[in-house]
Design a protein around this ligand. Structure first.
Ligand code: AMP
Ligand code: ZN
Length: 153
């Protein structure tokens, strides 16, 4: 699995966790990722998949590592659902402060949800006006063309 920079940040709490310098409650470990219980769960059984290498945001993660982390999701979702009796699950990656990211080391939240829980969801949604939808399609498509599949970093 390729690496575009130093694998660990000495100031990063998740780097310290994956290296075993800070304790964690792990439920699954692979060569490239660790799944552990979030210490402040939205609901009990809230799990984080944390990459072993330090990458701040999902946009920085090599495709192969993102694919590996995502490959763990179905099995973890089944296990968390069975272990907690959850009625549903949210899988979320927060990227950047504006999106609620507080630890700048990429991680996937798997959050058990219950029909009667008090979690504030769904979030408010808007509507496109005029040609805004088509304009955004064109702008994103142009960006994708200049960022070839498989290109990392
Ligand atoms: P985010 O806000 O998306 O960056 O999520 C960071 C998550 O890490 C939060 O849900 C925290 O509760 C969780 N967290 C912080 N410190 C620890 C820790 N030492 N062990 C497990 N989870 C942690
Ligand atoms: Zn880190």
């Amino acid at each position: 699995m390729s690496q575009s920079h130093a694998p660990h940040d000495p100031h990063c709490i998740f780097c310290k966790i994956v290296q075993g310098q800070i304790p964690s409650t792990r439920v699954l470990e692979t060569e490239h990722a660790v799944a552990l219980l979030d210490i402040h769960p939205v609901n009990p059984g809230h799990v984080l998949i944390v990459t072993r290498d330090h990458h701040a945001h999902l946009a920085d993660v090599p495709d192969s590592l993102a694919a590996h982390a995502a490959s763990l999701l179905p099995r973890l979702c089944r296990a968390i659902r069975a272990a907690t009796g959850a009625d549903g699950l949210n899988v979320i990656v927060n990227n950047g402060r504006a999106a609620g990211q507080t630890i700048d080391h990429v991680h996937w939240h798997i959050i058990p949800r219950f029909d009667d829980d008090s979690v504030n969801w769904p979030w408010p949604q808007g509507q496109y006006v005029g040609d805004e939808l088509a304009q955004l399609q064109a702008r994103i498509a142009t960006e994708l063309e200049s960022d070839a599949v498989g290109e990392e970093g």
